[in-house]
Design a protein around this ligand. Sequence first.
Ligand code: ADP
Length: 347
Amino acid sequence: MKGRRGFRHIYGFFIILIMITASFSAAYFIVSYIFRLFGFASSNYIQHLVTTVLGFFIFGGTGFIIGKIIRSKQRNLFQEVIDALRRIARGDFNVQLETLKREDPFTTLIDHINHMAKQLKEMEELRQEFISNVSHEIQSPLTSIVGFAQALQYDELTNEERSHYLSIIETESRRLSKLSDNLLKLTSLESEHHPFERKSFRLDKQIRNIILACEPNWVEKELEMDVSLEKVNVVADEDLMSQVWMNLIHNSIKFTPRMGRICIQLEQAAGNAIIKISDTGIGIPKKELVHIFERFYKVDKARERSKGGSGLGLSIVKKIIEMHEGTIFAESEEGQGTTFTITISPL
Ligand code: ADP
Protein backbone atom coordinates (compact mmCIF):
# COMPACT_ATOMS: atom_id res chain seq x y z
CA MET A 1 0.00 0.00 0.00
CA LYS A 2 2.82 2.35 1.01
CA GLY A 3 4.78 1.36 -2.14
CA ARG A 4 1.74 2.10 -4.32
CA ARG A 5 1.29 5.55 -2.76
CA GLY A 6 4.98 6.30 -3.41
CA PHE A 7 4.52 5.19 -7.02
CA ARG A 8 1.50 7.52 -7.36
CA HIS A 9 3.57 10.48 -6.10
CA ILE A 10 6.36 9.80 -8.62
CA TYR A 11 3.74 9.37 -11.36
CA GLY A 12 2.12 12.75 -10.41
CA PHE A 13 5.51 14.44 -10.36
CA PHE A 14 6.25 13.20 -13.91
CA ILE A 15 2.84 14.34 -15.18
CA ILE A 16 3.49 17.87 -13.81
CA LEU A 17 6.99 17.83 -15.32
CA ILE A 18 5.55 16.86 -18.71
CA MET A 19 2.85 19.56 -18.43
CA ILE A 20 5.47 22.25 -17.61
CA THR A 21 7.67 21.11 -20.49
CA ALA A 22 4.69 20.99 -22.89
CA SER A 23 3.36 24.42 -21.73
CA PHE A 24 6.72 26.16 -22.08
CA SER A 25 7.50 24.45 -25.40
CA ALA A 26 4.09 25.52 -26.72
CA ALA A 27 4.72 29.07 -25.45
CA TYR A 28 8.14 29.07 -27.09
CA PHE A 29 6.77 28.01 -30.51
CA ILE A 30 3.78 30.36 -30.31
CA VAL A 31 5.96 33.39 -29.39
CA SER A 32 8.59 32.57 -32.06
CA TYR A 33 5.83 32.17 -34.67
CA ILE A 34 4.14 35.49 -33.73
CA PHE A 35 7.44 37.36 -33.63
CA ARG A 36 8.36 35.95 -37.04
CA LEU A 37 4.90 36.62 -38.48
CA PHE A 38 4.83 40.26 -37.45
CA GLY A 39 8.52 40.76 -38.02
CA PHE A 40 9.27 41.93 -34.46
CA ALA A 41 12.97 42.23 -34.03
CA SER A 42 13.08 42.64 -30.30
CA SER A 43 15.87 41.47 -28.05
CA ASN A 44 16.24 37.88 -26.87
CA TYR A 45 15.43 39.07 -23.37
CA ILE A 46 11.94 40.32 -24.38
CA GLN A 47 11.21 37.11 -26.33
CA HIS A 48 12.24 34.94 -23.33
CA LEU A 49 10.18 37.09 -21.01
CA VAL A 50 7.06 36.81 -23.17
CA THR A 51 7.65 33.04 -23.58
CA THR A 52 7.93 32.60 -19.80
CA VAL A 53 4.77 34.61 -19.06
CA LEU A 54 2.80 32.76 -21.77
CA GLY A 55 4.22 29.43 -20.56
CA PHE A 56 2.89 30.15 -17.06
CA PHE A 57 -0.52 31.08 -18.47
CA ILE A 58 -0.74 27.93 -20.59
CA PHE A 59 0.38 25.77 -17.64
CA GLY A 60 -2.07 27.49 -15.23
CA GLY A 61 -4.95 27.35 -17.74
CA THR A 62 -4.44 23.66 -18.51
CA GLY A 63 -4.18 22.86 -14.79
CA PHE A 64 -7.38 24.82 -14.13
CA ILE A 65 -9.32 22.99 -16.88
CA ILE A 66 -8.06 19.53 -15.82
CA GLY A 67 -8.87 20.36 -12.16
CA LYS A 68 -12.39 21.42 -13.11
CA ILE A 69 -12.99 18.17 -15.05
CA ILE A 70 -11.68 16.04 -12.15
CA ARG A 71 -13.71 18.02 -9.58
CA SER A 72 -16.94 17.71 -11.57
CA LYS A 73 -16.34 13.95 -11.91
CA GLN A 74 -15.73 13.73 -8.15
CA ARG A 75 -18.85 15.79 -7.46
CA ASN A 76 -20.85 13.30 -9.57
CA LEU A 77 -19.38 10.40 -7.60
CA PHE A 78 -20.18 12.13 -4.30
CA GLN A 79 -23.75 12.69 -5.48
CA GLU A 80 -24.04 8.99 -6.41
CA VAL A 81 -22.74 7.99 -2.95
CA ILE A 82 -25.17 10.37 -1.21
CA ASP A 83 -28.09 9.03 -3.32
CA ALA A 84 -27.08 5.46 -2.49
CA LEU A 85 -26.95 6.22 1.26
CA ARG A 86 -30.36 7.91 1.05
CA ARG A 87 -31.83 4.79 -0.62
CA ILE A 88 -30.28 2.54 2.04
CA ALA A 89 -31.73 4.77 4.79
CA ARG A 90 -35.18 4.39 3.17
CA GLY A 91 -34.80 0.58 3.34
CA ASP A 92 -34.00 0.01 -0.34
CA PHE A 93 -30.97 -2.27 -0.24
CA ASN A 94 -30.77 -2.94 -3.99
CA VAL A 95 -27.86 -0.53 -4.21
CA GLN A 96 -24.70 -1.40 -6.08
CA LEU A 97 -22.39 1.50 -6.95
CA GLU A 98 -20.05 1.04 -9.89
CA THR A 99 -16.65 0.12 -8.49
CA LEU A 100 -13.68 2.21 -9.55
CA LYS A 101 -10.55 0.76 -11.08
CA ARG A 102 -8.17 3.07 -9.24
CA GLU A 103 -6.98 2.59 -5.68
CA ASP A 104 -7.79 5.44 -3.32
CA PRO A 105 -9.89 6.05 -0.20
CA PHE A 106 -12.92 6.83 -2.39
CA THR A 107 -12.78 3.39 -4.01
CA THR A 108 -12.55 1.80 -0.55
CA LEU A 109 -15.60 3.84 0.54
CA ILE A 110 -17.61 2.64 -2.49
CA ASP A 111 -16.58 -0.99 -1.86
CA HIS A 112 -17.72 -0.66 1.76
CA ILE A 113 -21.06 0.88 0.79
CA ASN A 114 -21.66 -1.97 -1.68
CA HIS A 115 -20.72 -4.52 0.97
CA MET A 116 -22.98 -2.86 3.55
CA ALA A 117 -25.94 -2.83 1.13
CA LYS A 118 -25.38 -6.52 0.34
CA GLN A 119 -25.25 -7.47 4.03
CA LEU A 120 -28.35 -5.42 4.87
CA LYS A 121 -30.20 -7.04 1.97
CA GLU A 122 -29.28 -10.52 3.25
CA MET A 123 -30.39 -9.58 6.77
CA GLU A 124 -33.68 -8.24 5.45
CA GLU A 125 -34.27 -11.48 3.50
CA LEU A 126 -33.52 -13.51 6.66
CA ARG A 127 -35.92 -11.35 8.65
CA GLN A 128 -38.69 -11.85 6.08
CA GLU A 129 -38.06 -15.59 6.03
CA PHE A 130 -38.08 -15.69 9.82
CA ILE A 131 -41.42 -13.86 10.00
CA SER A 132 -42.98 -16.13 7.41
CA ASN A 133 -41.68 -19.25 9.24
CA VAL A 134 -42.99 -18.03 12.60
CA SER A 135 -46.38 -17.15 11.10
CA HIS A 136 -46.58 -20.57 9.49
CA GLU A 137 -45.62 -22.35 12.72
CA ILE A 138 -48.25 -20.39 14.66
CA GLN A 139 -50.91 -20.68 11.99
CA SER A 140 -51.05 -24.47 11.71
CA PRO A 141 -51.71 -25.29 15.41
CA LEU A 142 -54.17 -22.38 15.63
CA THR A 143 -56.12 -23.71 12.64
CA SER A 144 -56.46 -27.08 14.27
CA ILE A 145 -57.39 -25.58 17.68
CA VAL A 146 -60.14 -23.49 16.07
CA GLY A 147 -61.37 -26.47 14.03
CA PHE A 148 -61.62 -28.82 17.00
CA ALA A 149 -63.08 -26.13 19.29
CA GLN A 150 -65.87 -25.66 16.71
CA ALA A 151 -66.38 -29.43 16.43
CA LEU A 152 -66.78 -29.61 20.23
CA GLN A 153 -69.89 -27.43 19.99
CA TYR A 154 -71.91 -30.31 18.42
CA ASP A 155 -74.19 -31.84 21.04
CA GLU A 156 -74.29 -35.31 19.54
CA LEU A 157 -70.58 -36.05 20.09
CA THR A 158 -69.71 -39.20 22.02
CA ASN A 159 -67.57 -38.93 25.13
CA GLU A 160 -64.60 -40.53 23.32
CA GLU A 161 -64.85 -38.07 20.45
CA ARG A 162 -65.07 -35.19 22.87
CA SER A 163 -62.01 -36.26 24.86
CA HIS A 164 -60.09 -37.00 21.63
CA TYR A 165 -60.76 -33.47 20.33
CA LEU A 166 -59.84 -31.98 23.70
CA SER A 167 -56.56 -33.90 23.75
CA ILE A 168 -55.73 -32.53 20.25
CA ILE A 169 -56.45 -28.99 21.45
CA GLU A 170 -54.22 -29.60 24.46
CA THR A 171 -51.35 -31.00 22.30
CA GLU A 172 -51.56 -28.09 19.85
CA SER A 173 -51.66 -25.53 22.68
CA ARG A 174 -48.59 -27.15 24.23
CA ARG A 175 -46.89 -27.01 20.86
CA LEU A 176 -47.62 -23.27 20.61
CA SER A 177 -46.30 -22.72 24.10
CA LYS A 178 -43.11 -24.72 23.30
CA LEU A 179 -42.67 -22.75 20.08
CA SER A 180 -42.83 -19.40 21.88
CA ASP A 181 -40.52 -20.76 24.57
CA ASN A 182 -37.94 -21.88 21.98
CA LEU A 183 -38.26 -18.65 20.04
CA LEU A 184 -37.65 -16.56 23.14
CA LYS A 185 -34.69 -18.76 24.07
CA LEU A 186 -33.11 -18.55 20.62
CA THR A 187 -33.64 -14.78 20.35
CA SER A 188 -32.19 -14.28 23.80
CA LEU A 189 -29.16 -16.47 22.98
CA GLU A 190 -28.56 -14.63 19.71
CA SER A 191 -28.89 -11.21 21.33
CA GLU A 192 -25.64 -11.93 23.22
CA HIS A 193 -27.36 -10.65 26.40
CA HIS A 194 -28.35 -14.08 27.64
CA PRO A 195 -26.93 -14.79 31.10
CA PHE A 196 -23.84 -16.91 30.56
CA GLU A 197 -22.21 -18.17 33.69
CA ARG A 198 -19.42 -20.68 33.49
CA LYS A 199 -18.79 -22.88 36.46
CA SER A 200 -17.13 -26.18 37.11
CA PHE A 201 -19.37 -29.29 37.19
CA ARG A 202 -19.34 -33.02 36.41
CA LEU A 203 -20.57 -33.43 32.84
CA ASP A 204 -21.13 -37.19 33.24
CA LYS A 205 -23.48 -36.56 36.19
CA GLN A 206 -25.41 -33.94 34.24
CA ILE A 207 -25.91 -36.23 31.23
CA ARG A 208 -26.92 -39.14 33.48
CA ASN A 209 -29.56 -36.94 35.18
CA ILE A 210 -31.02 -35.93 31.81
CA ILE A 211 -31.18 -39.56 30.70
CA LEU A 212 -33.07 -40.34 33.92
CA ALA A 213 -35.39 -37.39 33.41
CA CYS A 214 -36.28 -38.75 29.96
CA GLU A 215 -36.87 -42.27 31.33
CA PRO A 216 -40.67 -42.27 30.88
CA ASN A 217 -40.19 -41.49 27.16
CA TRP A 218 -37.62 -44.21 26.40
CA VAL A 219 -39.32 -46.77 28.63
CA GLU A 220 -42.62 -46.15 26.84
CA LYS A 221 -40.97 -46.86 23.46
CA GLU A 222 -39.04 -49.82 24.93
CA LEU A 223 -35.73 -48.36 23.78
CA GLU A 224 -32.45 -49.89 24.86
CA MET A 225 -30.16 -47.28 26.44
CA ASP A 226 -26.45 -47.97 26.12
CA VAL A 227 -24.71 -45.42 28.33
CA SER A 228 -20.97 -45.13 28.90
CA LEU A 229 -19.82 -41.98 30.64
CA GLU A 230 -16.27 -41.27 31.75
CA LYS A 231 -15.85 -38.95 34.74
CA VAL A 232 -15.32 -35.53 33.14
CA ASN A 233 -15.24 -32.15 34.78
CA VAL A 234 -16.05 -29.13 32.60
CA VAL A 235 -16.25 -25.39 33.11
CA ALA A 236 -19.38 -24.31 31.27
CA ASP A 237 -22.84 -22.84 31.73
CA GLU A 238 -24.67 -25.69 33.46
CA ASP A 239 -28.23 -24.69 32.47
CA LEU A 240 -27.36 -24.13 28.83
CA MET A 241 -25.45 -27.40 28.55
CA SER A 242 -28.37 -29.23 30.12
CA GLN A 243 -30.57 -27.81 27.34
CA VAL A 244 -28.17 -29.27 24.76
CA TRP A 245 -28.42 -32.84 26.11
CA MET A 246 -32.16 -32.47 26.61
CA ASN A 247 -32.74 -31.47 22.97
CA LEU A 248 -30.41 -34.09 21.50
CA ILE A 249 -31.66 -36.97 23.65
CA HIS A 250 -35.29 -35.99 23.06
CA ASN A 251 -34.66 -36.01 19.31
CA SER A 252 -33.01 -39.44 19.46
CA ILE A 253 -36.01 -40.83 21.33
CA LYS A 254 -38.46 -39.06 19.04
CA PHE A 255 -36.89 -40.28 15.79
CA THR A 256 -36.17 -43.87 16.88
CA PRO A 257 -38.87 -46.50 16.39
CA ARG A 258 -39.97 -48.83 19.18
CA MET A 259 -37.36 -51.33 20.48
CA GLY A 260 -34.55 -49.28 18.96
CA ARG A 261 -31.26 -48.43 20.64
CA ILE A 262 -29.73 -45.19 21.83
CA CYS A 263 -26.06 -45.02 22.67
CA ILE A 264 -24.62 -42.17 24.73
CA GLN A 265 -20.86 -41.91 25.26
CA LEU A 266 -18.68 -39.40 27.03
CA GLU A 267 -14.90 -39.53 26.98
CA GLN A 268 -11.98 -37.23 27.37
CA ALA A 269 -9.50 -37.19 24.47
CA ALA A 270 -6.72 -34.76 23.54
CA GLY A 271 -7.81 -32.49 26.37
CA ASN A 272 -11.39 -32.24 25.07
CA ALA A 273 -14.67 -33.69 26.29
CA ILE A 274 -16.22 -35.69 23.44
CA ILE A 275 -19.86 -36.66 23.60
CA LYS A 276 -21.51 -38.98 21.08
CA ILE A 277 -25.26 -39.51 20.97
CA SER A 278 -26.27 -42.18 18.43
CA ASP A 279 -29.57 -43.79 17.67
CA THR A 280 -30.89 -46.52 15.41
CA GLY A 281 -33.68 -44.24 14.21
CA ILE A 282 -35.00 -43.13 10.85
CA GLY A 283 -31.81 -41.21 9.97
CA ILE A 284 -31.42 -38.08 7.88
CA PRO A 285 -30.84 -38.04 4.09
CA LYS A 286 -27.31 -36.87 3.14
CA LYS A 287 -28.50 -33.76 1.29
CA GLU A 288 -30.57 -32.62 4.29
CA LEU A 289 -27.75 -33.08 6.80
CA VAL A 290 -26.19 -29.66 6.10
CA HIS A 291 -29.47 -27.89 6.87
CA ILE A 292 -30.57 -29.49 10.13
CA PHE A 293 -29.00 -26.77 12.31
CA GLU A 294 -30.90 -24.02 10.48
CA ARG A 295 -33.83 -22.36 12.22
CA PHE A 296 -37.20 -24.03 11.50
CA TYR A 297 -35.59 -26.74 9.39
CA LYS A 298 -37.46 -30.03 9.45
CA VAL A 299 -36.53 -32.92 7.19
CA ASP A 300 -40.08 -34.13 6.68
CA LYS A 301 -42.50 -31.28 7.34
CA ALA A 302 -45.62 -33.45 7.51
CA ARG A 303 -44.07 -36.13 9.71
CA GLU A 304 -42.46 -33.62 12.10
CA ARG A 305 -45.79 -31.84 12.52
CA SER A 306 -47.33 -34.99 13.93
CA LYS A 307 -44.33 -35.30 16.29
CA GLY A 308 -44.75 -31.74 17.55
CA GLY A 309 -41.37 -30.33 16.48
CA SER A 310 -40.77 -26.73 15.48
CA GLY A 311 -37.30 -27.14 13.95
CA LEU A 312 -35.65 -24.86 16.51
CA GLY A 313 -34.13 -27.45 18.87
CA LEU A 314 -30.90 -28.01 16.92
CA SER A 315 -30.41 -24.28 16.23
CA ILE A 316 -30.49 -23.72 19.99
CA VAL A 317 -28.04 -26.60 20.51
CA LYS A 318 -25.63 -25.25 17.90
CA LYS A 319 -25.78 -21.72 19.31
CA ILE A 320 -25.01 -22.96 22.84
CA ILE A 321 -22.11 -25.10 21.64
CA GLU A 322 -20.71 -22.13 19.70
CA MET A 323 -20.98 -19.96 22.82
CA HIS A 324 -18.75 -22.53 24.51
CA GLU A 325 -16.33 -22.50 21.54
CA GLY A 326 -17.10 -26.16 20.91
CA THR A 327 -18.10 -28.04 17.76
CA ILE A 328 -21.04 -30.21 16.80
CA PHE A 329 -21.57 -32.34 13.73
CA ALA A 330 -24.00 -34.99 12.62
CA GLU A 331 -23.50 -38.20 10.67
CA SER A 332 -26.42 -40.18 9.46
CA GLU A 333 -27.53 -43.04 7.26
CA GLU A 334 -31.12 -42.96 6.13
CA GLY A 335 -33.07 -45.77 7.78
CA GLN A 336 -30.03 -46.75 9.89
CA GLY A 337 -29.63 -44.01 12.46
CA THR A 338 -27.93 -40.76 13.38
CA THR A 339 -24.91 -39.80 15.46
CA PHE A 340 -24.27 -36.34 16.90
CA THR A 341 -20.69 -35.67 18.04
CA ILE A 342 -20.00 -32.72 20.31
CA THR A 343 -16.54 -31.59 21.31
CA ILE A 344 -16.03 -29.03 24.04
CA SER A 345 -12.97 -27.89 25.82
CA PRO A 346 -13.29 -28.74 29.54
CA LEU A 347 -12.02 -25.24 30.50
P1 ADP B 1 -37.52 -30.40 15.96
O1 ADP B 1 -38.03 -29.51 17.04
O2 ADP B 1 -38.42 -30.45 14.76
O3 ADP B 1 -37.08 -31.74 16.43
P2 ADP B 1 -34.73 -29.85 15.61
O4 ADP B 1 -34.09 -28.57 15.30
O5 ADP B 1 -34.42 -30.48 16.92
O6 ADP B 1 -36.28 -29.63 15.40
O7 ADP B 1 -34.36 -30.88 14.47
C1 ADP B 1 -34.43 -30.47 13.11
C2 ADP B 1 -34.75 -31.65 12.23
O8 ADP B 1 -33.60 -32.52 12.18
C3 ADP B 1 -35.87 -32.51 12.76
O9 ADP B 1 -37.11 -32.00 12.38
C4 ADP B 1 -35.55 -33.85 12.12
O10 ADP B 1 -36.04 -33.88 10.80
C5 ADP B 1 -34.03 -33.87 12.09
N1 ADP B 1 -33.44 -34.63 13.22
C6 ADP B 1 -32.92 -34.12 14.35
N2 ADP B 1 -32.44 -35.10 15.15
C7 ADP B 1 -32.68 -36.26 14.52
C8 ADP B 1 -32.42 -37.64 14.82
N3 ADP B 1 -31.81 -38.02 15.96
N4 ADP B 1 -32.81 -38.57 13.90
C9 ADP B 1 -33.41 -38.20 12.74
N5 ADP B 1 -33.68 -36.93 12.39
C10 ADP B 1 -33.33 -35.96 13.26
